[in-house]
Design a protein around this ligand. Structure first.
Ligand SMILES: Nc1ncnc2c1ncn2[C@@H]1O[C@H](COP(=O)(O)OP(=O)(O)OP(=O)(O)O)[C@@H](O)[C@H]1O
Ligand SMILES: [Mg+2]
Length: 287
């Protein structure tokens, strides 16, 4: 009943022109769980009746489609180079989650042109009108284009494990973004947390460092445990949220989503800055 009322509320807001919130999923160090977080967080939001699209920004080395067990005909590259319209590059997994593949096999590594960036802007403008959340799964490391996008999004979710190297790299990444955009909203998720731990130590240190050295407040969205359900779900090419809904990690993902949705409910400015910022970056030239 509550879900139905919420779905109706969302529909009305959409009709009033409320725009999607754009979220970049980033990390300092690679391989910490960004792509698995993106696909499962998206499904978790869908379970809460939100309209979501995942965009694989790891162009040329994307793996979202592999995690979702779908082989899309086209990838973002086909749209960017102008050979396919936007609707043709939006794929759907078995459960109805929409996503745009980054393409894999390195064959699609892009030499970005201004025309492509213009097409990317047009695509985001269109997507912002149709969804509640745009989730950008970013590749490891920071390229010029990925940094531009990260600077423009409404919110950055930083994934970190508790390994010291992951923490320091996450700090460097946040510092880099923060110096370019001091108003950026950061949320931290601690991943692969050991049993009987809440992962708080590591992220609290990260939060403390951000406050002490950059005078920047960040929020902790929660933690995800180390769970073999992730590996099994990757092998089965199905999100763990769907394959193992009762696994510890799925329950924690639900809790994280609950917190996220609750905070978002009161965010009136969602989506309004994204395109303006991207266009600003674009017209100013490189950041
Ligand atoms: N909570 C977890 N429990 C157990 N294993 C995990 C967990 N999170 C991630 N993994 C493991 O780490 C692997 C890498 O995860 P993923 O591909 O999501 O990382 P990534 O940050 O997207 O990597 P890249 O930086 O290369 O894009 C997964 O295939 C899985 O085996
Ligand atoms: Mg990834």
């Amino acid at each position: 009943m509550r879900d139905q009322a919420e779905a109706l509320r969302q529909k009305m807001l959409k009709a009033q022109g409320r725009l999607a919130k754009s979220i970049a999923i980033v990390s300092g160090k690679g391989g910490v769980g960004k792509s698995n977080f993106s696909t499962n967080f998206a499904h978790s939001l869908r379970i809460k009746k939100k309209k979501v699209i995942v965009i694989d920004m790891d162009i040329g080395m994307g793996n979202i489609h592999i995690l979702l067990g779908v082989t899309p005909t086209y990838s973002l590259k086909d749209y960017l180079i102008g050979v396919q319209p936007l609707e043709n590059v939006i794929a759907t997994d078995d459960e109805g989650l929409e996503f745009i593949s980054g393409g894999s096999g390195l064959d699609s590594v892009l030499d970005w042109s201004e025309a492509m960036f213009e097409r990317l802007l047009n695509a985001f403008e269109e997507l912002q009108k149709q969804y509640d959340f745009l989730i950008f799964d970013m590749g490891a490391g920071a390229t010029q284009r990925s940094i531009e996008l990260i600077i423009a999004v409404d919110e950055v979710i930083v994934i970190s494990t508790s390994e010291p190297t992951s923490i320091t790299d996450a700090y460097s990444m946040m510092k880099f973004i923060c110096l370019k955009d001091p108003d950026k909203k950061f949320s931290i998720v601690s991943n692969r947390v050991a049993k009987n731990d809440d992962g708080n130590d590591a992220v609290t240190r990260l939060q403390y460092a951000m406050r002490k050295f950059l005078n920047k407040d960040t929020s902790i969205l929660g933690f995800l445990p180390e769970d073999d359900a992730v590996r099994k779900a990757v092998v089965a090419q199905k999100p763990f949220m769907l394959l193992y809904p009762n696994a510890p990690i799925s329950k924690r993902m639900s809790a994280i989503t609950e917190v996220f949705v609750e905070v978002d409910r009161t965010d009136e400015k969602r989506g309004t800055r994204f395109l303006t910022k991207l266009k600003g970056i674009f017209s100013k030239g490189r950041v």
